[in-house]
Design a protein around this ligand. Structure first.
Ligand code: FAD
Length: 467
């Protein structure tokens, strides 16, 4: 049949990968259509991920910060929490950003089609909209359909068992909360709920929380957060749960499992995310999808079908918004005929916990596993004037150098604002900086960012003069 819409570029999914790809394609002059099943643009990140979690984490960090003020001679009473207002603040943040995206789509003449899309063949996509079906004929396509939270099949259906999306709804503040999965998403939500007064248990199958980060960074976070958790059960699995009137009764197995079952008012399941590759009719377009639902791509973000690209969470780890955006730009540029490649030297990771933990490039663990000879320098924040003035000098900044090339190949920071600080390390790795390039760059004093310059100076064997 005849298509309702024809375009040069079709983008499926309007998360950070999809909208970035669509905007870049439109900027390059391609007639672009963006298909999204939800009414707002922005995907997981803006609606139920990065942004709402950071709005709540900001609130949490202020609440926690205030608890230190008696040491400065200033005290407040216990916080009065109006959950409706807090939710309103968070929703307002989302609305500003998704509204902004809609405006940007319009300004670029990107046509947004709202509905669930599925491929019919290598050049057609069908969208089930509120008003019926629409067929879109495309010359090229970018798949950016993202991922969703993994469910644990043995958990009952109960409003007190939620994934990150449910936790962000902030329906109530539980007295006792269990976080299943000690990764970044689980620990960020634990930070929010504990600041609001919940007591938290966390259970993790592996032997440490916040996998992926070097243990020396995580140790600082652990020490500062010991009071947040009643139990942090490592090498332990959740094996069953029963919904009772008193709460969700959960049983565990493993090295640090408690002797009996435990009762919780809220259980957050944060055990990972699975890609949406099997839900978009990819096979009809001839696009290969792995057993787990990922779509394999080359360095130009091309799938096995030359005119169809894929980006973001659906192409693999790390499932991060900034990776999706970068890939989106590459895909759109390649589709337009440019010689773009995904050849990033580093993709940073940040846990927006308190303190924050951020790392970029190689970690020490990776260097050791890959047999890379590296030198390391650490600048403890106990020697940073700004960190001491902030009353938060528990952190440190670490740089890793390749012994053969002397270039910066990695770095990690634990401390307040670590996520904002790591960008300098990202740039240093991307530019192939040597320690002197960073150490001889004049950093503003007194700042936390200075600690990166200081770490480079430490590596060069210079003593630093500034407090
Ligand atoms: P998504 O954001 O998943 O978007 C995919 C879009 O496609 C969705 O809008 C979906 O509705 C749509 N879609 C799917 N199938 C169809 C279909 N058939 N038809 C129409 N539309 C469809 N990352 C960070 O970098 N920093 C953070 O701080 C961070 N915090 C997070 C916190 C939480 C709680 C969660 C859950 C995630 C967080 N992430 C964070 C991860 C980040 O959200 C994802 O990596 C990012 O959203 C991936 O972007 P994407 O474009 O690949 O897909």
């Amino acid at each position: 049949g005849k298509a309702d819409i024809e375009c040069e570029m079709l983008v499926l999914g309007a998360g950070p990968g999809g909208y970035s790809a669509a905007f870049r394609a439109a900027d390059l002059g391609m007639k672009t259509v963006l298909v999204e099943r939800y009414d707002t643009l922005g995907g997981v990140c803006l609606n139920v991920g990065c942004i709402p979690s950071k709005a709540l984490l900001h609130t949490a960090s202020v609440v926690d910060e205030v608890k230190h003020l008696p040491d400065h001679g200033i005290s407040f009473g216990a916080p009065q929490i109006d959950l409706d207002k807090l939710r309103g603040f968070k929703d307002g943040v989302i609305k500003k950003l998704t509204g902004g995206l809609a405006g940007m789509a319009k300004a670029r003449k990107v046509e947004v089609v709202t509905g669930v899309g599925a491929f019919l063949d290598p050049h057609h996509l069908e969208v089930v909209t509120a008003g019926g079906k629409k067929t879109i004929k495309f010359a090229k396509a970018i798949i950016a359909a993202g991922s969703q939270a993994v469910k644990l099949p043995f958990l009952p259906e109960d409003p007190r068992i939620v994934d990150s999306t449910g936790a962000l709804l902030l329906k109530s503040i539980p007295k006792r909360m269990l976080v299943i999965g000690g990764g970044i998403i689980g620990l960020e939500m634990a930070t929010v709920y504990s600041a609001l007064g919940a007591r938290i248990d966390v259970v993790e199958m592996l032997d440490g929380l916040m996998q992926g980060a070097d243990r020396d960074l995580v140790k600082v976070w652990e020490k500062m957060n010991a009071k947040r958790f009643d139990k942090a059960m490592l090498k332990t699995k959740t094996v069953g749960a029963k919904a009772t009137e008193a709460g969700i009764e959960v049983s565990f197995e493993g090295e640090q499992a408690p002797s009996g079952s435990q009762v919780y008012d809220l259980v957050l399941v944060a055990v990972g995310r699975s890609p949406n590759g099997k839900k978009i009719g990819a096979e009809k377009a001839g696009v290969a999808v792995t057993d787990r639902g990922f779509i394999d791509v080359d360095k130009q973000m091309r799938t096995n079908v030359a005119h169809i690209f894929a980006i973001g969470d659906i192409v693999g780890q790390p499932m991060l918004a900034h990776k999706a955006v970068h890939e989106g730009h590459v895909a759109a540029e390649v589709a337009h005929g440019e010689k773009s490649y995904f050849d990033a030297r580093q993709i940073p990771s940040v846990a927006y916990t308190d303190p924050e933990v951020a790392w970029a490039g190689k970690t020490e663990d990776e260097c050791k596993a890959e047999g890379i000879k590296f030198g390391k320098s650490v600048f403890p924040w106990a020697a940073s004037g700004r960190a001491i003035a902030n009353g938060r000098d528990e952190g440190f900044t670490k740089l890793l150098f390749d012994t053969a090339t002397h270039r910066v190949i990695g770095g990690g920071i634990v401390g307040t604002h670590a996520g904002d600080l790591i960008s300098e390390v990202c740039l240093a790795i991307e530019m192939g900086c040597e320690p002197a390039d960073i150490g001889k760059t004049i950093h503003p004093h007194p700042t936390l960012g200075e600690s990166i310059g200081m770490a480079a100076e430490v590596f060069e064997g210079h003593c630093t003069d500034l407090p």
